[in-house]
Design a protein around this ligand. Structure first.
Ligand SMILES: C[S@@+](CC[C@H](N)C(=O)[O-])C[C@H]1O[C@@H](n2cnc3c(N)ncnc32)[C@H](O)[C@@H]1O
Length: 273
């Protein structure tokens, strides 16, 4: 199985999620009404990575969550890659609180995971949505918002968007990449944010790019609030060693206290990174 090499920015992401996971289970353990607090890693990965910085193995977000004390009451791991899903199937054999799925998380979350997390279940969940690129669908995020029981971290994939969608001339983007962007955004309204129509001297219509990924990320956070996540802190921008933007790590919750905790964690890394 292929193990990813990860840069500093991914190590920081893992650290941020790990810190929140630790705060989350400590808080949830003390909620007498709560019948379960669930961890969902919908783009689970291989379980471990190789650090480009040190050359050493680094546990991925699922393994960090499995190590947290107190533990979550249930774990759901999903990956499209069969070998990667198999890593968690092996863990499932010895740990009845673990459930592993192979397939597209946009379908599996709907069918297998979210139905058990309705409001009257008295369960709460933390869901990590960490794709490489534009593989997450807006419908999935919306379904999580509507449940009112789930906090989410979302990797907002700037690099994929910048490389494949946000050309100066939008006609240069491939139709399949536009489709992926529409599915992630939920509709085509991102185009209106970033491009205006102008008439040329010859009477043709052309699109002119007027804004960039920063506007897109701000609007994305507003949309998270509009669909029902009450508390969305300012996301943290992850950059590569050449200062190029890679992705925003976004967080969305139903609770001001959760937003406050994540904001403090984000601010710590915003200062040092
Ligand atoms: C960035 S990695 C996840 C890393 C993991 N969160 C961590 O920090 O250890 C993204 C993973 O998503 C998987 N993937 C891609 N598309 C998917 C989909 N539609 N549903 C589920 N998994 C998918 C890939 O196979 C890959 O293992």
């Amino acid at each position: 199985m292929k193990i990813d090499q990860i840069g500093m920015w991914s190590e920081i992401k893992l650290e941020i999620i790990k810190e929140y996971v630790s705060a989350y289970t400590r808080i949830m353990e003390n909620q007498p009404w709560c019948k379960g607090y669930v961890y969902i890693d919908a783009f689970a990965g291989a379980g471990k990575h190789i650090s480009k910085r040190t050359g050493e193995l680094v546990p991925g977000s699922p393994l960090n969550a499995l190590e947290v004390k107190p533990p979550f009451t249930e774990y759901y791991f999903i990956d499209l890659d069969e070998d990667r899903a198999d890593v968690f199937r092996q863990i499932e054999k010895d740990n009845p609180s673990v459930h592993s799925y192979h397939g597209d998380c946009n379908e599996i979350l709907f069918k297998e995971v979210f139905p058990a997390l309705h409001y009257d279940s008295f369960k709460r969940a933390l869901c990590i949505l960490d794709p490489y690129g534009l593989h997450l669908k807006w419908q999935t995020i919306k379904a999580a918002a509507e449940l009112k029981t789930i906090d989410i971290f979302i990797n907002f994939p700037i690099m994929d968007i910048n490389r494949n969608v946000l050309f100066e001339d939008p006609a240069k983007a491939k139709p399949e990449d536009i489709e992926r962007m529409n599915a992630f955004w939920g509709d085509e309204s991102w185009k209106k944010l970033l491009y205006i129509e102008q008439t040329t001297l010859f009477g043709d219509t052309q699109h002119v790019k007027i804004d960039d990924y920063k506007t897109l990320a701000k609007e994305f956070c507003k949309r998270l609030q509009q669909i029902g996540f009450n508390d969305v802190p300012e996301p943290i921008l992850m950059r590569n060693i050449n200062n190029g933007p890679l992705y925003y790590l976004c967080f969305a919750s139903q609770k001001a206290v959760a937003k406050g905790i994540v904001n403090d964690i984000f601010n710590k890394y915003r200062r040092t990174y």
